[in-house]
Design a protein around this ligand. Structure first.
Ligand SMILES: C[S@@+](CC[C@H](N)C(=O)[O-])C[C@H]1O[C@@H](n2cnc3c(N)ncnc32)[C@H](O)[C@@H]1O
Length: 271
């Protein structure tokens, strides 16, 4: 029997079961009701990724023709927007269901994006990208050594002077709004997502047991995310080789405790 790879050993949850067609059904469908309470890694209702792309454009000083990687690009909401603005975009994700949707949307809009199936723990590029975006809490899925190794892989994939923007939950606002169980999404036909949460003070992780109810059938899955306050992630990024790290909110202004999102922008030294 083949020896298990490191990738499997460090998995804390089954990402394939989590990021599947059900996820797209609830979070990437125009029929999602905007007012439904949501928490965490949520693609907003019917989002075209336009507001997120605008924010990334501004904070990363993006320009047409820059080489951009959308790391854990999901169904391509951000990647397709950046391609529409003229960037040369690559999108990497581990979910083939999401990548299929991303390619279909790009084709329908006449956009060129290179969508690549891959694992953020083994990025196949060195010194290649001008910018990397990592959006909607798409970081922190592994044990801390592996999470840090992902940041080192990101730094290696950027050219000298390259920049990274990561969009994550803002810890202070996340904790202020914390509720141990909630209906995350509900559709008029009775489909819904119901989560039960556990905060682990020792690992800094947020653990969720999710019940997916769709077409009268229920299934359960679990997922885990590392929560970060800004100073901790800043220090991890500095440890991975970035020279400067700044925090912003979802409005692009300097990060405050009340911001819902934390957008961390880091730049590598020029040489
Ligand atoms: C919360 S979603 C965010 C997707 C996208 N960035 C967005 O803004 O819509 C997290 C994404 O991480 C991807 N993912 C999970 N584990 C991964 C891994 N090991 N390597 C690459 N992508 C991964 C999932 O498939 C999913 O698309």
């Amino acid at each position: 029997m083949a020896a298990p790879t490191l990738v499997r050993v460090t998995d804390l949850f089954d990402a394939e079961a989590m990021y599947d067609d059900d996820y797209l059904h609830f979070f990437a469908s125009p029929r999602q009701r905007a007012e439904v309470a949501t928490h965490g890694p949520v693609v907003p209702a019917g989002s075209s990724g336009q507001a997120d792309a605008e924010l990334a454009w501004r904070l990363l000083e993006l320009r047409p023709d820059l080489n951009v990687l959308d790391l854990a690009c999901g169904h391509g909401a951000m990647a397709n927007q950046l391609a529409a603005r003229g960037c040369r975009v690559t999108g990497l994700d581990s979910s083939t269901v999401f990548l299929d949707r991303a390619r279909a949307d790009a084709d329908a809009a006449g956009l060129r994006v290179e969508y690549v199936a891959g694992d953020m723990r083994a990025l196949p590029w060195t010194g290649h990208f001008d910018r990397i975006v990592n959006w909607s809490t798409a970081f922190g899925y592994f044990d801390d050594d592996t999470n840090r190794a992902v940041l080192s892989g990101i730094a290696a994939a950027l050219r000298p002077g390259g920049r990274l923007a990561m969009d994550l939950d803002n810890l202070t606002a996340f904790l202020a709004a914390y509720c141990p169980s909630r209906v995350v999404a509900a559709r008029d036909n009775g489909d819904m997502l119901v989560d039960r949460y556990h905060l682990d003070a020792v690992t800094g992780r947020f653990e969720a047991e999710r019940t997916v109810v769709r077409d009268g059938r229920a299934r359960k899955l679990t997922f885990v995310k590392r929560l970060f306050g800004f100073p901790e992630l800043r220090d991890w990024l500095l440890g991975a080789g970035f020279a400067t790290v700044h925090g912003f909110g979802e409005d692009g202004k300097p990060l405050t405790a009340d911001h819902r999102r934390m957008v961390v922008v880091a730049a590598l030294p020029e040489d």
